[in-house]
Design a protein around this ligand. Structure first.
Ligand code: SF4
Ligand SMILES: [Zn+2]
Length: 369
Protein backbone atom coordinates (compact mmCIF):
# COMPACT_ATOMS: atom_id res chain seq x y z
CA UNK A 1 0.00 0.00 0.00
CA UNK A 2 2.75 2.45 1.01
CA UNK A 3 4.52 1.67 -2.25
CA UNK A 4 1.41 2.49 -4.28
CA UNK A 5 0.96 5.79 -2.44
CA UNK A 6 4.65 6.63 -2.86
CA UNK A 7 4.42 5.96 -6.61
CA UNK A 8 1.35 8.16 -6.99
CA UNK A 9 2.99 11.00 -5.06
CA UNK A 10 6.19 10.73 -7.11
CA UNK A 11 4.23 10.67 -10.36
CA UNK A 12 2.27 13.83 -9.53
CA UNK A 13 5.37 15.59 -8.25
CA UNK A 14 7.28 14.69 -11.43
CA UNK A 15 4.46 16.02 -13.59
CA UNK A 16 4.50 19.35 -11.75
CA UNK A 17 8.30 19.52 -11.87
CA UNK A 18 8.16 18.95 -15.64
CA UNK A 19 5.78 21.89 -15.97
CA UNK A 20 8.17 24.03 -13.93
CA UNK A 21 11.03 22.90 -16.18
CA UNK A 22 9.15 23.91 -19.32
CA UNK A 23 8.72 27.40 -17.91
CA UNK A 24 12.35 27.64 -16.81
CA UNK A 25 13.61 26.45 -20.20
CA UNK A 26 11.92 29.45 -21.83
CA UNK A 27 14.21 31.87 -19.94
CA UNK A 28 16.66 33.52 -22.29
CA UNK A 29 17.87 36.53 -20.34
CA UNK A 30 19.53 35.03 -17.27
CA UNK A 31 21.80 37.27 -15.27
CA UNK A 32 24.00 34.62 -13.74
CA UNK A 33 26.31 37.16 -12.13
CA UNK A 34 23.59 37.98 -9.59
CA UNK A 35 22.30 35.59 -6.92
CA UNK A 36 18.57 34.77 -6.74
CA UNK A 37 18.48 37.19 -3.84
CA UNK A 38 20.43 38.28 -0.76
CA UNK A 39 19.52 40.18 2.38
CA UNK A 40 20.53 41.19 5.87
CA UNK A 41 17.94 40.96 8.64
CA UNK A 42 17.75 40.59 12.41
CA UNK A 43 18.16 36.99 13.51
CA UNK A 44 18.33 34.93 16.65
CA UNK A 45 21.87 33.56 16.98
CA UNK A 46 22.91 30.77 19.35
CA UNK A 47 23.50 33.04 22.36
CA UNK A 48 21.96 36.38 21.50
CA UNK A 49 20.07 38.45 18.95
CA UNK A 50 22.18 39.46 15.96
CA UNK A 51 21.87 39.43 12.19
CA UNK A 52 21.75 37.04 9.27
CA UNK A 53 23.37 37.76 5.93
CA UNK A 54 21.67 35.34 3.56
CA UNK A 55 22.72 34.65 -0.02
CA UNK A 56 20.59 32.44 -2.24
CA UNK A 57 22.88 31.32 -5.06
CA UNK A 58 21.49 30.41 -8.44
CA UNK A 59 22.94 26.99 -9.29
CA UNK A 60 21.95 24.00 -11.41
CA UNK A 61 19.53 23.16 -8.51
CA UNK A 62 18.99 20.45 -5.97
CA UNK A 63 20.10 17.01 -7.17
CA UNK A 64 16.99 15.41 -5.67
CA UNK A 65 14.65 17.81 -7.48
CA UNK A 66 16.59 17.28 -10.75
CA UNK A 67 16.35 13.50 -10.46
CA UNK A 68 13.50 11.28 -11.68
CA UNK A 69 12.25 11.30 -8.10
CA UNK A 70 11.37 14.96 -8.75
CA UNK A 71 12.00 16.39 -5.27
CA UNK A 72 9.93 17.07 -2.17
CA UNK A 73 6.18 17.58 -2.25
CA UNK A 74 6.21 21.09 -0.74
CA UNK A 75 9.40 22.47 -2.31
CA UNK A 76 9.29 24.97 -5.17
CA UNK A 77 12.93 26.10 -4.90
CA UNK A 78 13.55 24.34 -8.19
CA UNK A 79 11.79 27.31 -9.82
CA UNK A 80 14.87 29.44 -9.03
CA UNK A 81 17.34 27.16 -10.75
CA UNK A 82 19.78 28.43 -13.35
CA UNK A 83 20.78 26.64 -16.54
CA UNK A 84 22.58 23.30 -16.13
CA UNK A 85 25.58 24.90 -17.82
CA UNK A 86 26.09 27.55 -15.12
CA UNK A 87 29.80 28.13 -14.45
CA UNK A 88 31.54 28.06 -11.10
CA UNK A 89 33.03 31.49 -11.90
CA UNK A 90 29.47 32.82 -12.19
CA UNK A 91 28.70 31.49 -8.73
CA UNK A 92 31.71 33.40 -7.40
CA UNK A 93 30.45 36.50 -9.25
CA UNK A 94 27.13 36.10 -7.41
CA UNK A 95 29.02 36.06 -4.12
CA UNK A 96 30.90 39.25 -5.07
CA UNK A 97 27.64 40.94 -6.02
CA UNK A 98 26.08 40.12 -2.64
CA UNK A 99 29.17 41.19 -0.69
CA UNK A 100 29.40 44.56 -2.48
CA UNK A 101 25.69 45.15 -1.94
CA UNK A 102 25.79 44.52 1.82
CA UNK A 103 29.33 45.47 2.90
CA UNK A 104 28.29 48.85 4.28
CA UNK A 105 25.60 47.27 6.46
CA UNK A 106 28.04 44.64 7.74
CA UNK A 107 30.36 47.47 8.76
CA UNK A 108 27.54 49.19 10.63
CA UNK A 109 26.67 45.93 12.44
CA UNK A 110 30.30 45.54 13.47
CA UNK A 111 30.30 49.11 14.82
CA UNK A 112 27.11 48.32 16.81
CA UNK A 113 29.07 45.46 18.40
CA UNK A 114 26.63 42.87 17.01
CA UNK A 115 27.33 39.55 15.26
CA UNK A 116 26.18 38.14 11.92
CA UNK A 117 25.63 34.59 10.67
CA UNK A 118 26.33 34.27 6.97
CA UNK A 119 23.96 31.77 5.37
CA UNK A 120 24.54 30.02 2.05
CA UNK A 121 21.38 28.74 0.42
CA UNK A 122 21.10 27.50 -3.12
CA UNK A 123 17.73 25.81 -3.05
CA UNK A 124 19.90 22.70 -3.03
CA UNK A 125 23.09 21.54 -1.31
CA UNK A 126 26.24 23.54 -0.64
CA UNK A 127 28.12 20.23 -0.28
CA UNK A 128 26.94 18.81 -3.62
CA UNK A 129 29.95 18.89 -5.98
CA UNK A 130 27.65 19.36 -8.97
CA UNK A 131 26.29 22.59 -7.55
CA UNK A 132 29.47 23.86 -5.89
CA UNK A 133 32.82 22.32 -6.77
CA UNK A 134 35.05 21.72 -3.68
CA UNK A 135 37.39 24.57 -4.70
CA UNK A 136 34.39 26.93 -5.14
CA UNK A 137 33.16 26.15 -1.64
CA UNK A 138 36.59 26.85 -0.18
CA UNK A 139 36.89 30.09 -2.13
CA UNK A 140 33.44 31.22 -0.95
CA UNK A 141 34.31 30.64 2.70
CA UNK A 142 37.70 32.32 2.34
CA UNK A 143 36.04 35.41 0.87
CA UNK A 144 33.43 35.80 3.62
CA UNK A 145 35.05 34.58 6.77
CA UNK A 146 36.82 37.83 7.59
CA UNK A 147 34.09 40.23 6.50
CA UNK A 148 33.02 42.69 9.22
CA UNK A 149 30.78 41.21 11.96
CA UNK A 150 30.75 37.68 10.49
CA UNK A 151 30.73 35.36 13.45
CA UNK A 152 29.58 32.03 12.07
CA UNK A 153 28.70 30.29 8.82
CA UNK A 154 25.65 28.24 7.92
CA UNK A 155 25.26 26.19 4.75
CA UNK A 156 22.36 23.97 3.70
CA UNK A 157 22.82 20.46 2.41
CA UNK A 158 21.15 17.09 1.97
CA UNK A 159 22.64 14.45 4.31
CA UNK A 160 24.13 12.24 1.56
CA UNK A 161 26.70 14.96 0.79
CA UNK A 162 27.96 15.23 4.37
CA UNK A 163 31.44 13.68 4.11
CA UNK A 164 34.36 13.95 6.48
CA UNK A 165 36.88 15.13 3.87
CA UNK A 166 34.61 17.95 2.55
CA UNK A 167 33.90 19.17 6.06
CA UNK A 168 37.53 19.05 7.13
CA UNK A 169 38.61 21.11 4.13
CA UNK A 170 35.97 23.74 4.94
CA UNK A 171 36.82 23.81 8.64
CA UNK A 172 40.44 24.46 7.67
CA UNK A 173 39.47 27.83 6.13
CA UNK A 174 36.78 28.88 8.64
CA UNK A 175 39.33 30.69 10.75
CA UNK A 176 37.97 29.01 13.89
CA UNK A 177 34.52 30.49 13.29
CA UNK A 178 31.70 27.97 13.89
CA UNK A 179 30.36 26.18 10.82
CA UNK A 180 26.81 24.84 10.91
CA UNK A 181 25.01 22.62 8.39
CA UNK A 182 21.28 23.10 7.83
CA UNK A 183 19.64 19.78 6.97
CA UNK A 184 15.99 19.28 6.02
CA UNK A 185 15.02 16.48 8.37
CA UNK A 186 11.32 17.52 8.04
CA UNK A 187 9.97 14.72 10.29
CA UNK A 188 11.46 11.97 12.42
CA UNK A 189 8.80 9.63 11.06
CA UNK A 190 10.12 7.70 8.05
CA UNK A 191 6.64 7.27 6.54
CA UNK A 192 5.94 10.99 6.71
CA UNK A 193 9.40 11.94 5.40
CA UNK A 194 9.94 9.31 2.76
CA UNK A 195 6.39 8.74 1.47
CA UNK A 196 4.38 11.89 2.11
CA UNK A 197 7.21 14.40 1.62
CA UNK A 198 9.10 12.25 -0.91
CA UNK A 199 12.34 13.31 0.77
CA UNK A 200 14.48 10.39 -0.33
CA UNK A 201 16.44 9.64 2.82
CA UNK A 202 15.90 7.66 6.00
CA UNK A 203 16.23 8.61 9.65
CA UNK A 204 19.39 6.51 9.75
CA UNK A 205 20.93 8.56 6.88
CA UNK A 206 20.21 11.68 8.83
CA UNK A 207 21.60 10.36 12.12
CA UNK A 208 24.78 9.26 10.30
CA UNK A 209 25.23 12.73 8.80
CA UNK A 210 24.84 14.37 12.22
CA UNK A 211 27.52 12.03 13.59
CA UNK A 212 29.93 12.87 10.77
CA UNK A 213 29.33 16.61 11.21
CA UNK A 214 29.91 16.48 14.96
CA UNK A 215 33.04 14.36 14.49
CA UNK A 216 34.43 17.20 12.35
CA UNK A 217 33.42 19.88 14.86
CA UNK A 218 30.53 21.10 12.68
CA UNK A 219 27.15 22.01 14.22
CA UNK A 220 23.83 20.81 12.80
CA UNK A 221 20.59 22.70 12.40
CA UNK A 222 17.60 20.54 11.48
CA UNK A 223 14.59 21.92 9.65
CA UNK A 224 11.26 20.36 10.62
CA UNK A 225 8.15 20.75 8.55
CA UNK A 226 4.86 21.61 10.22
CA UNK A 227 1.93 20.08 8.32
CA UNK A 228 3.31 18.31 5.27
CA UNK A 229 0.69 17.57 2.59
CA UNK A 230 -1.71 14.73 3.54
CA UNK A 231 -1.46 15.28 7.32
CA UNK A 232 -4.37 17.02 9.00
CA UNK A 233 -3.73 19.78 11.55
CA UNK A 234 -3.98 17.56 14.61
CA UNK A 235 -1.74 14.80 13.25
CA UNK A 236 0.70 17.41 11.98
CA UNK A 237 1.03 18.87 15.49
CA UNK A 238 1.68 15.39 16.91
CA UNK A 239 4.26 14.70 14.20
CA UNK A 240 6.11 17.98 14.79
CA UNK A 241 6.12 17.52 18.58
CA UNK A 242 7.60 14.04 18.27
CA UNK A 243 10.07 15.24 15.62
CA UNK A 244 11.38 18.03 17.86
CA UNK A 245 11.92 15.55 20.69
CA UNK A 246 13.68 13.12 18.33
CA UNK A 247 15.82 15.83 16.71
CA UNK A 248 17.07 16.75 20.19
CA UNK A 249 17.87 13.10 20.95
CA UNK A 250 19.60 12.65 17.60
CA UNK A 251 21.93 15.55 18.39
CA UNK A 252 20.59 18.66 16.62
CA UNK A 253 22.25 21.85 17.86
CA UNK A 254 19.38 23.99 16.60
CA UNK A 255 15.93 23.22 15.26
CA UNK A 256 13.95 25.37 12.89
CA UNK A 257 10.24 24.62 12.70
CA UNK A 258 8.99 25.46 9.22
CA UNK A 259 5.24 25.70 8.79
CA UNK A 260 4.50 24.78 5.17
CA UNK A 261 3.97 27.65 2.78
CA UNK A 262 2.48 27.04 -0.63
CA UNK A 263 5.11 27.22 -3.37
CA UNK A 264 4.55 27.14 -7.11
CA UNK A 265 4.51 23.85 -9.07
CA UNK A 266 4.33 21.66 -5.98
CA UNK A 267 1.96 18.95 -4.83
CA UNK A 268 1.15 21.17 -1.84
CA UNK A 269 -0.02 23.84 -4.29
CA UNK A 270 -2.10 21.36 -6.28
CA UNK A 271 -3.89 20.25 -3.11
CA UNK A 272 -4.29 23.87 -1.97
CA UNK A 273 -5.85 24.82 -5.33
CA UNK A 274 -8.35 21.97 -4.90
CA UNK A 275 -9.15 23.08 -1.32
CA UNK A 276 -7.59 19.88 -0.01
CA UNK A 277 -4.87 21.62 1.96
CA UNK A 278 -4.75 24.56 4.35
CA UNK A 279 -1.45 25.99 5.60
CA UNK A 280 -1.06 25.50 9.36
CA UNK A 281 -2.53 27.87 11.91
CA UNK A 282 -0.24 30.06 14.02
CA UNK A 283 -2.02 28.56 17.03
CA UNK A 284 -0.57 25.20 15.94
CA UNK A 285 3.01 26.54 15.92
CA UNK A 286 2.56 27.77 19.49
CA UNK A 287 0.92 24.50 20.45
CA UNK A 288 3.88 22.48 19.07
CA UNK A 289 6.32 24.57 21.12
CA UNK A 290 4.18 24.24 24.26
CA UNK A 291 3.93 20.46 23.91
CA UNK A 292 7.48 19.68 22.76
CA UNK A 293 9.73 22.04 24.68
CA UNK A 294 11.07 22.10 28.20
CA UNK A 295 13.61 24.38 29.82
CA UNK A 296 16.09 21.51 29.66
CA UNK A 297 15.73 21.32 25.87
CA UNK A 298 16.00 25.10 25.50
CA UNK A 299 19.21 25.06 27.53
CA UNK A 300 20.78 22.68 24.97
CA UNK A 301 19.15 23.50 21.65
CA UNK A 302 18.25 26.74 19.90
CA UNK A 303 14.65 26.78 18.63
CA UNK A 304 13.86 28.84 15.56
CA UNK A 305 10.89 29.61 13.36
CA UNK A 306 10.86 32.25 10.63
CA UNK A 307 8.06 31.28 8.30
CA UNK A 308 7.70 32.59 4.76
CA UNK A 309 4.37 34.19 3.80
CA UNK A 310 3.40 34.38 7.49
CA UNK A 311 -0.08 35.85 7.99
CA UNK A 312 -1.02 35.21 4.36
CA UNK A 313 -3.29 32.51 2.99
CA UNK A 314 -0.35 30.69 1.41
CA UNK A 315 1.61 30.75 4.67
CA UNK A 316 1.02 30.06 8.35
CA UNK A 317 -2.05 32.09 9.41
CA UNK A 318 -5.06 32.13 11.72
CA UNK A 319 -8.12 33.89 10.34
CA UNK A 320 -8.39 36.69 7.79
CA UNK A 321 -8.13 39.36 10.48
CA UNK A 322 -4.77 41.13 10.15
CA UNK A 323 -4.76 42.10 13.83
CA UNK A 324 -5.20 38.47 14.93
CA UNK A 325 -2.35 37.25 12.72
CA UNK A 326 -0.09 40.07 13.79
CA UNK A 327 -0.79 39.48 17.53
CA UNK A 328 0.05 35.78 17.25
CA UNK A 329 3.07 36.23 14.99
CA UNK A 330 4.39 38.76 17.48
CA UNK A 331 4.02 36.21 20.29
CA UNK A 332 5.81 33.60 18.17
CA UNK A 333 8.65 36.00 17.28
CA UNK A 334 9.04 37.11 20.87
CA UNK A 335 9.36 33.52 21.98
CA UNK A 336 12.04 32.88 19.33
CA UNK A 337 13.97 36.04 20.25
CA UNK A 338 13.95 35.30 23.96
CA UNK A 339 13.69 31.48 24.07
CA UNK A 340 11.57 32.09 27.19
CA UNK A 341 8.78 29.57 27.83
CA UNK A 342 6.79 32.12 29.88
CA UNK A 343 5.97 33.90 26.61
CA UNK A 344 3.99 30.87 25.40
CA UNK A 345 2.56 29.84 28.76
CA UNK A 346 -1.16 29.30 27.98
CA UNK A 347 -2.23 31.44 30.92
CA UNK A 348 -0.39 34.44 29.41
CA UNK A 349 -1.90 34.11 25.92
CA UNK A 350 -4.87 36.09 24.52
CA UNK A 351 -6.81 33.06 23.25
CA UNK A 352 -10.18 34.75 23.65
CA UNK A 353 -9.24 37.88 21.71
CA UNK A 354 -10.37 36.58 18.32
CA UNK A 355 -13.34 34.36 17.56
CA UNK A 356 -11.18 32.16 15.31
CA UNK A 357 -9.83 30.38 18.40
CA UNK A 358 -13.19 28.57 18.63
CA UNK A 359 -13.13 27.89 14.90
CA UNK A 360 -9.59 26.50 15.22
CA UNK A 361 -10.63 24.07 17.93
CA UNK A 362 -13.48 22.78 15.78
CA UNK A 363 -11.10 22.53 12.82
CA UNK A 364 -8.70 20.46 14.89
CA UNK A 365 -11.42 17.96 15.74
CA UNK A 366 -13.24 17.77 12.44
CA UNK A 367 -11.05 18.76 9.55
CA UNK A 368 -9.79 16.08 7.19
CA UNK A 369 -7.20 18.52 5.79
S1 SF4 B 1 13.33 20.53 0.07
FE1 SF4 B 1 15.55 20.45 -0.21
S2 SF4 B 1 15.93 18.32 -0.81
FE2 SF4 B 1 13.76 18.66 -1.13
S3 SF4 B 1 13.62 19.25 -3.29
FE3 SF4 B 1 13.75 21.12 -2.06
S4 SF4 B 1 15.90 21.69 -2.04
FE4 SF4 B 1 15.77 19.52 -2.69
ZN1 LIG C 1 -8.39 35.22 14.36
Amino acid sequence: MSEKIALMIKKQTRMLRDRAKERINKHTNWNLQKPVTSWIAEDRLHDEMGYEFTIIFRTCACSWARSDDAGCTMCGYFNDKGPDSILQSQILDQLQYAISKHLKKLDEIQKEGKKTTIKFFSSGSFLDNEEFRPETRIEIIKQVVNLPSIHNILAETRPEFVKEDSLKSLMAVCNEKPLELGIGMESSNDYVREILINKGFSSQNLKDSIKIAHKCGVLVKTYLLLKPPFLNEKTAIRDAVQSIKDAVTWGADSISLNPVNIQAFTLAELLFNHQKYRSPWIYSVISVFQKALTQEILDRVLILCSPSAAGKERGVHNCHDKACNSTWLKIMNEFISTQNMDIIDPKNLPYEECSCWGEYNLFLERSPI
